[in-house]
Design a protein around this ligand. Structure first.
Ligand code: 7PM
Length: 259
């Protein structure tokens, strides 16, 4: 899964048209590099990022989704927590919902139940603005598993078939380095739901912490985390660096006969 941000406030200083154009070019490159899914997000979850209205989020992502669906026969995931954005994105051709709030915002469960597309349920402790200040767990693996189990139940009760669900421990979302490492070491346990596991570690601050560097140059580290996640059962790996990750995954999958 290739990450595609359409967020002028964090990545572009030009206007919306420039952002949309640049996003489409980046998406084309990721498709050429072999991405199987493009994950489009119109609201930055970056701490301190400006909150975006549903209207603005829709204005950013819908043109990109429409354009990509015209050009490529490829699943497009909409990275949003807002029900209005889910509806508009799926109407424009998005085939999957990626929600870092695991459908907990008002109306999100109902929207996803109506849309009947696959949904990724991610765990987060707290909210993006403050989640990294002082995350606390007694047993991070157990607590994340219990949360995901309860969201799976909520989805099924709302009429979303279990077969449409994907689970994600939410690396870096209200987690210190040790929490992230515990989750990665225990990733096998997340397969016990019998659902696909999605992992996103690409360029996350846990790499800067492990490597003790602040320059953000963590490509090799990101690829290694992707390999570890794959070996521990992740089905979908969310990354920024598609070509490099696929090169490594192809070697791993061939040796391990995953493919
Ligand atoms: C600031 C904080 C900027 C976090 C960007 C991020 C995931 C996701 C993101 C993930 C799923 C990033 C994240 N991460 N969706 N969206 N799983 N399902 O580093 O791990 O890309 S945004």
């Amino acid at each position: 899964m290739g990450v595609l941000n359409v967020t002028p406030d964090s990545f572009f200083d030009g206007g919306r048209y420039l952002a949309i154009d640049a996003a489409i070019q980046r998406a084309e490159k990721m498709v050429e590099e072999g991405a199987d899914i493009i994950d489009i997000g119109g609201e930055s979850t970056r701490p301190g990022a400006r909150k975006v209205s549903a209207k603005e989020e829709i204005a950013r992502v819908v043109p990109v989704i429409e354009c990509l669906r015209k050009k490529f026969d490829l699943p497009v995931s909409i990275d949003t927590s807002k029900p209005e954005v889910m509806r508009s994105a799926v109407a424009a051709g998005a085939t999957m919902i990626n929600d870092v709030h695991a459908l907990q915002l008002p109306g999100a469960l109902k929207a996803a139940a109506e849309l009947q597309v696959p949904v990724c349920l991610m765990h987060m402790q707290g909210e993006p603005d403050s989640m990294q200040l002082d995350p606390q767990y007694t047993d991070v693996v157990q607590e994340v598993l219990v949360f995901l189990a309860s969201r799976i139940n909520a989805c099924e009760a709302a009429g979303i078939p279990r077969e449409l669900l994907i689970v994600d421990p939410g690396f870096g979302f209200g987690k210190k380095l040790d929490h992230n490492l515990d989750l990665l070491r225990s990733l096998d346990q997340f397969r016990e739901f019998g659902l696909p596991v999605l992992v996103g570690c690409s360029r996350k601050s846990m790499l800067g912490q492990i490597l003790d560097r602040a320059d953000g140059k963590v490509l090799m580290g990101s690829v290694v985390l992707a390999m570890i996640a794959r070996q521990r059962g992740a089905s979908i790996i969310r990354v920024h660096d598609v070509a490099e990750t696929i090169e490594a995954l192809t070697v791993l999958d061939t040796v391990e006969k995953y493919v």
